[in-house]
Design a protein around this ligand. Structure first.
Ligand code: GLN
Length: 536
């Protein structure tokens, strides 16, 4: 195929129906037929990127290799497709307006009144076709955030209308809606779908395919009804029934022939035969575990699981690989202190301390690590989790009583963690951390070198603070070694304890690189160590 095709995915009736998973599942099916596919997310908020958003607002902030702070849906895209995304895969209204306003200030539109149509929509369209024009993709799937009818997402829908008008068959629109089931009457209701398609039509967009989220199977009569009211063929009404796991969705969409309908509508041959063998094998292992293990995730956003999305998914990948059901217990770092730590962490065979910012929950994390270290329970520290492990070791092993990170206590006499040099004069918050992929050399003879089974790795970062190298020799003499170092800047990126079965802290975020096809070696090894600790 020489010209990229564009598939837009809009959402109707309610948010959180899983547009990201439907987009990723369709992409997986097309990829499995030999097409190259990428997915882009358009977010209607005014923030330039989600890097400045509280996880309570928007879940986890995902990070790409090129250092973009993005929507968590990009994590799903990478986990499903096993190909990296980049800055170009996430667009926000804030970034669109920022670009248009800079052009206006430069004088690019001299004399013109700058308007939503055409200037904002032109900028949106240029971001969409940018990916198509790289020549790398047969398909660009574009997921439009929000729900049709929202004021915020109107310029995106208008851009879809224009692109269809301009490109005809090269574009296709999938509308994901909800078909609710009323228990009192025992009926599935199509009216919300009819209304949401009517709203799309008001904006000049006729969907080609309607995917219906539902808790009950849709019978043919319901499909016919939706088809009739929404001007689509009955085979273009696709059921998306609630699944046990998001990893079932590509298989469900295959059974519903979503990919075939797309290819027919776009008049493209069917590609090679669909091959999902590896995916099915993964789902089979996921659903048929032979072992079980309890692992604790210590964090401060535990009420909202989306805040730790990539960590949770990495455990699912590692669990399937090791045929283990990982029961992840969310533990509130703020609830951990001298008196509660034993009861809160009881029964755990592995403890992961997650990333984070600021003082809240910091001391609880240090407590959890102290417990894991002294009781030789497998411990995995990620970003702030590693920094807490370094503070814990200073206080309780090296005897530096008030050791701390300067992020928490700027006046600590033992600043074992402090701001990176480059960060010292930075005041602005947006996009200013150490972000994205950096190389790390793994130390000869270290545990991580065995786990990764290679000398150089590349992992993604999102932080401002680092290990203070002035203390490195004290740590190494006492048995905590640098397992990995950034060869250009000499940053300690990994620490591990010699006298412990599995105690590893990493300054980067391995969870952003775990995929179904390539579960992350650190998560796999951590689950294995937890199993071993539990005596299995
Ligand atoms: N707050 C710490 C830092 O900026 C850790 C960041 C993180 O956990 N992502 O260095």
């Amino acid at each position: 195929m020489n010209r990229a095709k564009y598939i837009f995915v809009t959402g109707g009736v309610a948010s959180s129906l899983g547009k990201g998973i439907i987009s990723a599942s369709l992409a997986k099916l097309l990829q499995s037929r030999g097409f190259s596919v990428t997915i882009q997310k358009l977010d209607p908020y005014i923030n330039v990127d989600p890097g400045t958003l509280n996880p309570y607002e928007h879940g986890e902030c995902y990070v790409t290799d090129d250092g973009a702070e993005t929507d968590l849906d990009l994590g799903h895209y990478e986990r499903f497709l096993n190909i990296p995304t980049s800055q170009a895969n996430n667009v926000t209204t804030g970034s669109i307006y920022q670009a248009v306003i800079s052009k206006e200030r430069r004088g690019d539109y001299l004399g013109e009144t700058v308007q939503v149509i055409p200037h904002i929509t032109d900028e949106i369209k240029s971001r969409i076709v940018f990916l198509g024009n790289t020549g790398q993709y047969d398909f660009v799937i574009v997921e439009i955030g929000g729900t049709v009818g929202d004021i915020e997402s109107l310029p995106y829908i208008e851009s879809v209308r224009q692109m269809r008008w301009e490109m005809g068959n090269n574009c296709l629109v999938i509308h994901l809606t909800l078909v609710p089931y009323l228990t009192t009457t025992g009926e599935l209701k199509t009216k919300p779908t009819q209304h949401s398609v009517k709203t799309l039509l008001e904006y000049g967009v006729q969907p080609d395919i309607i995917v219906c989220r539902t808790e009950r199977p849709l019978n043919q009569a319901i499909k016919n009804k939706i088809a009739l009211f929404c001007n689509v063929l009955p085979n273009a009404v696709i059921e998306s029934i609630d699944a046990d796991t998001i990893y079932d969705v590509p298989l469900l969409m295959r059974n519903e022939k979503l990919d075939q309908v797309v290819l027919e509508k776009m008049q493209i041959g069917s590609g090679s035969t669909l091959n999902l063998e590896k995916w099915e094998e993964f789902v089979f292992k996921l659903k048929n575990p032979e072992n079980e293990v309890n692992i604790g995730l210590v964090g401060k956003y535990i009420e909202l699981k989306d805040s730790y999305k990539s960590i949770i998914e990495s455990f699912i990948h590692a669990g399937a690989t090791t045929k283990t059901k990982v029961n992840l217990r969310m533990i509130n770092a703020e609830a951990l202190n001298e008196t509660t730590v034993v009861s809160e962490l009881k029964g755990l065979k592995g403890i992961l301390v997650a990333s984070g910012f600021g003082e809240r929950g910091f001391e609880g994390k240090v407590k959890a690590i102290n417990y894991a270290r002294e009781n030789k329970i497998p411990f995995f520290g990620i970003c702030l989790g590693m920094q807490c492990a370094i503070v814990e070791f200073a206080r309780n092993v090296l005897g530096y009583k008030d050791a701390n990170s300067t992020e928490v206590d700027p006046k600590t006499p033992f600043p074992v963690i402090g701001l990176m040099k480059d960060q010292k004069n930075i005041r602005a918050k947006g996009g200013t951390m150490r972000l994205g992929a950096y190389t790390c050399r793994l130390t000869e003879g270290s545990k991580v070198r065995t786990i990764y089974n290679t000398e150089f790795i590349s992992e993604r970062h999102r932080h401002r603070n680092e290990f203070n190298n002035a203390y490195l020799s004290d740590y190494e003499k006492a048995g905590m070694i640098a397992g990995g170092i950034n060869p250009n800047e000499n940053f300690v990126e990994i620490i591990e304890l010699l006298d412990h079965p599995w105690f590893i802290g990493v300054q980067f975020h391995p969870e952003f690189k775990s995929t179904v096809a390539k579960p992350h070696p650190l998560f796999v090894s951590f689950v294995q160590a937890s199993l071993k600790y539990s005596g299995k």
